[in-house]
Design a protein around this ligand. Structure first.
Ligand code: GAP
Length: 547
């Protein structure tokens, strides 16, 4: 059963702000589109999530090593990977299917043509129908895998016509073409620029050089000027990485040789990536600055299918391990038309967001594409020699080959959103006066919870704060993130920590002084137990490690 509330935007976003998980960036200046700051609880949650990933990928395996590469890399990296060339055409996004395509190659329609959106199957048609209804407030007629009811009115407009009416119920701007795969007319604006954020490196006066260039070439056409300026800018251009993956290909040899790694082995990296997304949406789901957790697993050619299956299973069970609702995760194989140019197979691990199933992590079989491209561009041999193997072409002992790659590529910030949604729970309880009240509780996995234990003196006097503070310091010494909290009534403090996702609240009261016992309250069951203070640290350590 999904626990996701219908109006999640109001509920989760407001909880994130109220409790200090996520704030709008530069809020006092009106905010910056699609940029977010992770507040006191958000930063802990994000770090806990990423640390768990690092532990499972690097610290608990002998066959994976880590890397922390620079965000700005040599521009040739992006030429070789295809990121520079691939994204400099006039690009358009389909607002329904998310298909990204070149505007200049898209199919055009004739005036009065019916516009039929043709999906791959009925399920996809239902999904697209729902997206269109939510976003554009019209309910298209579904016939099998087709969606009908749209018609091109003139060269600039298309409309939604119901039951063969001659007047449209609603009209929309026609961009001059529809999406190539589905024939969908709901499209973003065209963009000429690259998806990567560009900057200049070194003490160069690019604006000065452009000004001089324009003065010298006053009589050339706009297209020629644009090409000339582009060349000038590119001389000192650098890019913020749009994925963490490429550094692991570029540093393949250094990592492999310094750590004497034998194939199969992996290189893992997590950190910031940047994409100048045209469509930013759903809070932190798709933003321009985000964090990724990626691993490139280098394998012998011919074994990629086996390893793809292995990593899809591994990654799925990792996500489910920390979830209250593992049934909300699924995987979906990419069909031929969806596959990236470098992949021979790919699975998406998807989560059931309030807007439907959508991507959380991609596990791709990237072939030997990247290593070969970087070898070609750099002139460095990026290959592996296996002395134990026989070369299948020559039949001789020893085999030199370019490894194939399986890449589990996850979004850390997107994962954080998933776990916030998974944890969000509303319960009806009886308040102190016996009236029904709603309890909001974030059932975050204890390993992810920002604060593990809240220490609450019942009153701010009679020596209780001193006992509480001593306990907090002892927990700090054990590496357990504890928090002293004396503000407001004990009931309010419990509610506050329920919303923060704190798994355990310890109350220090008058009896603590008499018999050295405390109460421990469990966040999820709200059960309270009286336990000896002397056993508390051991009990908490045990419960956290068993979780
Ligand atoms: N190296 C392959 C790669 O980067 P991707 O599917 O583009 O593949 C991997 O990205 C993951 O990164 C996605 O599954 C998603 O979780 C996350 N991601 C990608 N773009 C994002 C964005 N604009 N905002 C937040 N997360 C994003």
């Amino acid at each position: 059963m999904s626990n996701i509330p219908k109006n999640f935007k109001e509920k989760i976003i407001s909880l994130c702000k109220r409790r200090g998980f996520i704030f709008q960036s530069s809020e006092i200046y009106g905010g910056l589109k699609s940029a977010y700051d992770y507040g006191p609880l958000g930063v802990e949650l994000k770090r806990n999530l990423m640390n768990e990933w690092w532990k499972s990928m690097v610290h608990k395996r002998e066959d994976i090593i880590g890397l922390d590469a620079s965000i700005i890399m040599h521009p040739k990296v992006w030429e070789a990977s295809g990121h520079l060339a691939g994204f400099s055409d006039p690009l358009v996004d389909c607002l329904v299917s998310k298909e990204r395509f070149r505007a200049d190659k898209a199919p055009k329609l004739n005036v009065k043509d019916d516009i039929t959106i043709t999906c791959n199957d009925k399920g996809q048609a239902k999904n697209f129908q729902k997206i269109i209804e939510n976003r554009f407030d019209i309910l298209l007629k579904r016939e099998g895998k087709q969606l009908k009811g749209l018609k091109l009115i003139d060269e600039k407009n298309f409309g939604f016509f119901e039951n063969n009416n001659t007047r449209p119920i609603k009209t929309f701007e026609y961009k001059g073409y529809v999406s190539p795969t589905f024939g969908c007319p709901f499209l973003s604006e065209e963009r000429q620029f690259n998806l990567m954020f560009r900057s200049q490196i070194g003490p160069v006066d690019v604006l000065g050089e452009i000004t001089k260039y324009i003065r010298k070439n006053k009589n050339t056409s706009s297209d020629e000027l644009r090409t000339g300026i582009d060349k000038l800018v590119k001389k000192s251009a650098v890019y913020l990485r749009p994925e963490t993956a490429q550094a692991m290909f570029v540093q393949f040899l250094n990592c492999q040789q310094t750590m004497s790694m034998k194939i199969p082995f992996g290189i893992a990296q997590m950190g910031k990536s940047f994409r100048n997304e045209i469509t930013t949406e759903h809070f932190i789901f798709r933003s321009c600055e985000f964090e990724q957790m990626e691993m490139e697993f280098f394998v012998e050619p011919g074994t990629q299918e086996k390893w793809l299956d292995y990593w899809v299973e591994k990654r799925m069970s990792w996500w489910q391990k920390f979830a209250n609702h593992p049934e909300n995760f699924r995987y979906r194989a990419h069909d031929e038309s969806e596959l990236a140019h470098y992949a021979d197979a790919c699975y998406d691990i998807e989560y059931k967001y309030p807007w439907g199933y959508d991507e959380l992590e991609g596990v791709a079989s990237r072939t030997d594409y990247d290593l070969k491209k970087h070898a070609e561009q750099s002139g460095t041999k990026l290959s592996y020699f296996d002395q134990q193997k026989t070369d299948p072409d020559t039949g001789k002992n020893g085999w030199r080959y370019t490894p194939y790659v399986i890449e589990p590529a996850a979004g850390a910030t997107r994962g954080l959103l998933v776990y916030l949604m998974d944890a969000y729970t509303e319960e009806t309880i009886k308040d102190a006066k016996g009236n029904e009240a709603t309890r909001i509780v974030m059932k975050l996995h204890p390993k992810l919870a920002p604060i593990k234990v809240a220490i609450l003196p019942l009153v701010k006097k009679e020596g209780l704060p001193e006992i509480a503070r001593k306990l907090v310091n002892e927990l700090f010494e054990l590496g357990i993130n504890a928090r002293y909290d004396e503000q407001h009534s004990i009931g309010k403090r419990y509610r506050r920590h329920d919303e923060a996702g704190t798994p355990f609240c310890i109350t220090i009261d008058g009896q603590t002084k008499e018999d050295k016992s405390v109460t421990i309250r469990d966040r999820d069951t709200m059960k309270q137990e009286r336990i000896p203070l002397a056993n508390l640290k051991e009990i908490i350590q045990k419960r956290l490690s068993e979780a």
